[in-house]
Ligand binder design. Structure first.
Ligand code: SF4
Length: 471
């Protein structure tokens, strides 16, 4: 069969991120590797250019996150109209299979390992089921991902290669569904396979997509030891505990670690407790930031705004924390109640979800009613905060402290995020216009919310579901 594997284009906000800074795609490479011999497989990422919709495909597999779900559904209808059987998978169809099933021939809930060949077999024998479920399969004998040739930049190979060592996360953060979809027990790809994959690809710059690369200490130590002779440099997501663990951090640095993405989330103590962040005091993060700086590792902190325990002054205090500690770069996010999370369930129960137009579930848009701020106030303060952190004077000031961090990495991250801010502001303007028109009840933009303003029911007339029409 002719099989097309597609990742739909991202949201307006994601599109503003330069190509080299985008989170590279790995899931389609894994599915391509799981496809039995005898089929022709083509991988197409929509953000790389137009999809081959005019070609004849027997099967189209589309992976989707929440923000890309509406586009995935559009594409699904398009390919089905052209005679292909469409299978939807990924995190969003996994948490809302009934919704996804309305737009596709079949939905894969969970992970593809051990299941994808069965789906193809069923298509071939005309006995495709509507929903396939496959929770947390063994990934220890997964084949190596089929590496798609990416665009090169000025004739150089792609900047980073995405790779994954483990799936699952032992934590259970309210705003995240990783632990609900991939489980709280981490499962691992054998280290020999990781080494072979790197060696075959010839890539020397890696980005580990694991949710917590140091989550299981003995495995992480073994991985770092195996990476050492390969002379690669790598970045990945981790807990600050990795940095505070002397032996583990030294092993990571020796193995080529040059950037760590750390979910600090908030400096607000009460909010940290509620999130069950394992490091309760923010001073431990200060120590982690210092250690990274001294070891030449870029500390990329992730922050969330809009938590119930946060008041409007959290922005000022967070900026002060970041500048005082010369944090090299950050990802600032607005709390987003993704479906499939406990947060979504709670806010839905409390009547605080503004709409379910998933394309606005992009971690930069307010899609719920915050507790201590008006939605527009949260958005405005978030934009102002991000602009100030990435202002030229702030970049200059923080640059002096990064003498051991790779200068191109520091500058690249800061310049790229400055670019994103401009798009963010325009995006927020259009979003609130849409929200006002849809809801018809949001009055003038609010910077300081009047005490008496009742937010409850302010968007009462909102459409709950705004998705492409079901055929
Ligand atoms: S946010 Fe990170 S640490 Fe928390 S559950 Fe998700 S992956 Fe795990």
């Amino acid at each position: 069969m002719r099989i097309l594997l597609v990742s739909p284009k991202k949201t307006e906000l994601d599109e503003s991120v330069p190509g080299w800074l985008r989170m590279p795609q790995l899931s389609l490479s894994i599915i391509a590797a799981l496809t039995p011999r005898g089929h022709e497989v083509v991988i197409a990422e929509e953000e790389d250019g137009p999809l081959p919709v005019e070609d004849q495909w027997d099967v189209v597999g589309i992976t989707s996150m929440t923000a890309t779900a509406p586009r995935a559904y559009e594409l699904s209808l398009l390919f089905r109209n052209r005679g292909a059987r469409v299978v939807l998978g990924g995190i969003h169809p996994s948490v809302l299979p009934e919704e996804a099933a309305q737009y596709a021939d079949a939905v894969v809930v969970g992970e593809a390992e051990g299941l994808w060949p069965q789906v193809l077999f069923d298509i071939k024998h005309n006995r495709l089921k509507k929903v396939y479920r496959n929770w947390q399969p063994d990934i220890s004998d997964s084949p190596l991902p089929v590496r798609k040739k990416k665009r090169s930049i000025l004739g150089f190979p792609p900047v980073v290669m995405p790779i994954m060592f483990s799936r699952g996360c032992p934590n259970d953060c309210e705003f995240c569904c990783v632990h609900r979809v991939y489980g709280r027990r981490q499962r691992f790809i054998p280290i020999e396979s990781i080494v072979k994959d790197i060696a075959q690809s010839g890539s020397t710059k890696l980005l580990f997509l694991d949710d917590n690369i140091g989550g299981v200490r003995p495995y992480a130590l073994k991985l770092f030891k195996a990476l050492e002779p390969l002379r690669v440099i790598w970045g990945g997501q981790a807990s600050a505990r990795l940095i505070l663990d002397d032996e583990l951090f030294r092993a990571a640095v020796r193995s080529g670690c040059r950037a760590l993405f750390i979910g600090v989330e908030t400096i607000e103590l009460a909010a940290r407790r509620k999130l069950r962040k394992s490091l309760s005091t923010i001073s431990l993060y200060e120590e982690a930031i210092k250690r990274c700086r001294e070891s030449g590792v870029l500390f990329h902190g992730s922050f969330i705004f809009g938590l119930d325990e946060e008041s409007p002054d959290v922005f000022e205090r967070t900026l002060d924390f970041l500048l005082r500690n010369n944090v090299p770069s950050i990802a600032s996010n607005i709390l987003t109640p993704y479906p499939g999370t406990y947060l979504f369930d709670r806010l839905m129960r409390e009547g605080r979800i503004l709409h379910t137009n998933w394309s606005y579930y992009d971690h930069g848009t307010v899609s719920f009613e915050p507790k201590n701020m008006h939605p527009e106030e949260l958005s405005e303060k978030y934009l102002d905060f991000t602009e100030r952190f990435y202002s030229l004077s702030s970049i200059r000031r923080r640059a002096w402290a990064q003498l051991r961090v790779k200068p191109l990495m520091f500058l690249g991250m800061n310049i790229a995020f400055r670019r994103v801010i401009r798009v963010n502001r325009e995006h927020a303007r259009k979003y609130f216009k849409w929200l006002r028109e849809e809801a018809g009840r949001l009055s003038t933009p609010v910077v300081e919310p009047p005490e008496a303003m009742s937010r409850k029911g302010e968007y009462a007339d909102r459409e709950r579901l705004l998705l492409p029409p079901v055929p």
